[in-house]
Structures are given as C-alpha cells and as structure tokens.
Design a protein around this ligand. Structure first.
Ligand code: GLU
Ligand code: ZN
Length: 507
C-alpha cells in the first residue's frame, strides 16, 4: 500500500474568495454521464478549489431533440455521488441564473437580434441542399469547403425576395477574416488562419439557438474567466474568441475574453479516442461495480495531470491543493482500466473499516444481498466481516461474492456448482463428517478454537494435508473455493448455520 495518507485533511482557500477565477462545467444532458466528462468536471473543480474561485455548473440543454430529463437527473446525481460540489448551478441558484439554458431562451434571442442589428451577424437564406452543393463544388475545385459568404452582403430587396419564396433565414456570425490566436493554458500559442474558420450559424432557421451562440453568451454573462475543456472543442475556440469581441460590442460581455485551456484527449483500447459509446467510459458502470468515487476521481486526475514526485495516490482535496495548469499535459492520456482498478483497491484499503462497511452495505442492499432496511444483526455481521476482505477487494461489488454467504438464508444457500463439483465429491465425505463432529463438540465458538479443533480433527486425525482438509469445508460453508479467511468466516456465520451447511454438503 502506498505510504501517502490520502485521508489527511488539507486546507483550501475559501470558495468564492477569489473573484479572478470563475470556471464552469457545462455538459449537455444527452445519454449517460461518461468518464471524459467527469475528468473535465474534476479539473475545473480542482482549479476552482485551488484558487478559491467559483465552480459553476450549467446545463446546456438547448437541443430539444436530444436532451432528456433523465440524463439531466443523472448528471446531477453523478456530480453529487462524486462529491464535485458546485457553487452556482441547478438546485443552488446563484447570481447569474437560471443555470439551465432551456430557461434562458429569451436572452439568446435578444443577443442574436442585437448581433444582427450591430452587423456582427447576418441572415443566411441558403437551404441545406444549396450549401452542400456549393461545398461539393469547392472540394472539386480544391478550395476549403466552408461557408462561402453567399449571404454576407444581401440587400434588403434580396432578403425580401427570399422571404417571399418562403425561405426562413438562419443567423450566421460574420467572422472578422483575420487569423485568430490565443495562448492556450495547456498547449501554449495556438492559431487558426481565417480560411479554417468560416462564418458559422448561431441560430437555426427554425429559431433554435445553437451551442455556438449559447455557450459563449453564457460564459460571458456568467463572467467565466477560464474555460477548461476537452481538446475536441479546440476548433470552436477561434469562433468563440471572435464572437466575444462582438458580445462586448453589444454589451453582453464586460470586454474580457476568458482564457482557454484544452485538456488532452483520453484514449481507450487500441489507441483510439475513448468514445461515449465505449462501455468502459460509462460512469454508471463504475458506480454499479462498486468503484469508490475517491478511487475513480483519483485515477481520472492522472489522465492529463500529475502531482509530481511520483505521487499517484491522493484525495480530490489533495489534488486541488496541489493543482496547477502548468502540470496539465498536452499529450493524449490513456485510460487503463487495470490501473484504475488498482487505485480503487488502494482506496478500499485506505478507508477506515467502519466507513468501508457502510459503503459495502449500500452496495449489498443495492444488489439484494442485504434486505432494506438492514437489520442490526446483519449490520453487525457485516461490520465484523469487512476487515476480513478489505485487503482482497478491488471493488465494493466483489463483496457480494465474498460475503454473500453470511447473509443468504440457509434454505436458499447452495455452493457454487463448479467449486462443489471439484471439492464436494464423495471423497470429501470423511473430511466433512469429521469437521462437523469436531465443531459440534467445540467449547468456545471463536476463530482460534475453530482452527484448533479443525486441525486436530482433519490434519492430525485424518492425516490430510491442510489444503485438502479445509477446501471442502470452505466450499460447503462459504459456497466458494476462494473466500475470506476460513476460521473467521465460520465464527461469523455461527455454529448452527455452519453445522447445517456441513450436514447439507454431506447429503
Ligand atoms: N455542452 C458542451 C459539451 O458538452 C460544452 C462544451 C464546452 O465546455 O464548451 O460538449
Ligand atoms: Zn447563405
């Protein structure tokens, strides 16, 4: 076990005490939360907590066709489970609310109108087929196939004609036609030539505002100072920087543009980008398997950041205390499930046993191994049993297999069929019989006495090698060849139930 004390408390500056840092996590509620998203949330959270800044949580739900209420609820549940507490956002409010974009549509419409009036955006009447045709033409001619500026300078009369034809305009942003660069907080200087950033749509012809508009508008209105997000969004940054300038002109921003930092890609199997659809990326899966939020966050912190001094085991607060953007790497990070699991196992070992028992209990209730509510006897048995498996578990879910035998009623108990076939055949009968007799006559029902009694009966009495002596007893009583330490397990199970299981195995 790593010698670093992950439970040691750390002192962080008071949240919100530093007005120079306002960061945001702003997912769209589509589908299930995934680990890439959590990594982004964590880095923003850590930066806010390190600096005494403010961590804003905003929901980008302007895509009514894809957003769902269920996904929204899952996002909130995920951040709560992880303990990534936000300072402004859903459920909390704050000075720049509402924090769900679906409740801010009137503002976006106003901003779009102001941008049109100021000449920073224009109406585009091109139909999708026409755009596609012209893009194809450009490709054939070897030109960059972006929007060609067709509607940039339409006259009032031309616009009126289009309207009469029944066309409805989209609203398109007028890019300045210059190279756009910024000093990326992770990647250093980045720039895009104007030919790579054509005029783009802010509002669809049906009136729906797009990410391209609402995200920077809210960043401006919410006075976001640092945008830390995945590298997949790198190409939206020049557009947003250009839009910011226009937003200052129409009074939406206060004239400052946030700093941008792009977190490196997370690669999955086969050196491909980890995608939302990869089963490995589903947050719910980790939760269901019984990863600790501490373990998962600890691992995700390593995807693009390092604490230094080879320290890879730390709490999120310790991460926050040590966090700096200088230590965020621009190189792709590889998601390694083995390592993630190993760190989780380290965390399981690091928790105080009572704390761990509480966590295991919720998982066992979730899996129906324990009744809900948990009775006092089961709770006490669990508390006593958890230290027996604390060193062996990698996930809390494994506790169901390791400890389930303590909680299943004897009528429904049956050993694992494969283990039973190997170890509970007719040749096991003498060992099982002798074990039953020895245990029935034992004075004190305690692990040490149980061990002594069984050794005397099986190893000395029957002359069996310990492995052959105890294997059948283990399978008969715990149901599996691999179990928590045997004698302690029997003590916890109790004499009566142990004898009943030995008798059942003998039959
Ligand atoms: N809603 C966007 C997303 O989930 C936010 C991207 C950003 O951080 O700007 O991809
Ligand atoms: Zn057009």
């Amino acid at each position: 076990m790593p010698d670093f004390d992950v439970l040691a408390p750390v002192e962080l500056p008071a949240r919100g005490s530093n007005p120079a840092v306002r960061v945001r996590f702003c997912p769209s509620p589509t589908g299930n939360p995934h680990v890439g998203m959590v990594r982004t949330a964590l880095f923003n959270w850590a930066y806010a907590r390190h600096t005494g800044g403010t961590f804003v949580f905003r929901i980008e739900d302007t895509d009514s066709a894809r957003d769902t209420e269920e996904s929204y609820e899952q996002l909130l549940a995920a951040l709560r489970w992880l303990g990534l507490d936000w300072d402004e956002g859903p459920g909390l409010g704050g000075p720049y609310g509402p924090y769900r974009q679906s409740q801010r549509l009137d503002r976006y419409a106003q901003v779009a109108a102001d941008l049109l009036a100021a000449g920073r955006a224009y109406e585009c009447f091109c139909a999708p087929e026409e755009l596609e045709e012209r893009r194809e033409e450009a490709r054939r001619a070897g030109r960059t196939p972006g929007y060609d500026g067709h509607c940039r300078e339409l006259s009032d009369a031309q616009r009126a004609t289009y309207r009469e034809e029944g066309r409805r305009p989209a609203i398109r942003f007028r890019m300045p036609g210059t190279e756009i660069g910024w000093d990326d907080l992770v990647r250093g200087p980045v720039s895009f030539g104007h030919e790579h950033v054509p005029d783009y749509v802010l509002v669809r012809a049906n009136g729906e505002p797009l990410y391209t508009l609402v995200n920077p508008v809210d960043d401006a209105l919410m006075r976001i100072t640092h945008v830390l997000r995945g590298e997949d969004l790198l190409s939206s940054t020049p557009r947003q920087i250009a839009l910011y300038d226009a937003l200052a002109q129409v009074g939406v921003s206060d004239g400052t543009t946030p700093r941008f930092g792009h977190l490196p890609y997370v690669m999955g199997e086969g050196n491909k980008k980890l995608s939302k659809r990869d089963p490995q990326s589903s947050l719910n899966l980790y939760r269901e398997e019984g990863f600790l939020p501490e373990g998962l966050l600890n691992y995700l912190a390593l995807l693009g950041w390092s604490m230094g001094e080879d320290r890879e085991f730390f709490s999120k607060e310790q991460m926050a205390a040590a966090f700096s953007l200088e230590r965020v790497s621009a190189n792709p990070a590889r998601f390694d499930l083995k390592k993630c699991t190993a760190i989780n196992a380290d965390w399981i070992r690091a928790l105080p046993a009572d704390e761990l028992a509480g966590r295991v209990q919720s998982v066992l209730v979730g899996r129906g191994v324990l009744a809900d509510p948990v009775g006092p006897d089961d709770a006490a048995t669990l508390r006593a049993a958890v230290p027996l498996v604390q060193e062996r578990m990698e996930t809390l879910g494994q506790a169901a297999g390791m400890l389930g035998f303590l909680f299943v009623d004897d009528a429904r108990f049956s050993p694992d069929p494969q283990d039973a076939e190997r170890l509970l055949g007719p040749e096991a009968a003498p060992a099982l019989g002798a074990a039953r007799e020895a245990l029935a006559g034992l004075g004190a029902w305690q692990a040490a006495a149980i061990e002594e009694g069984l050794r005397a009966a099986l190893v000395e009495g029957l002359g069996l090698k310990p492995k052959l002596a105890f294997g059948p007893v283990r399978v008969a009583v715990t149901g599996r060849r691999v179990s928590p330490p045997l004698f302690e397990s029997l003590e916890l199970l109790g004499r009566e139930r142990t004898l009943a299981r030995l008798a059942a195995a003998l039959r």
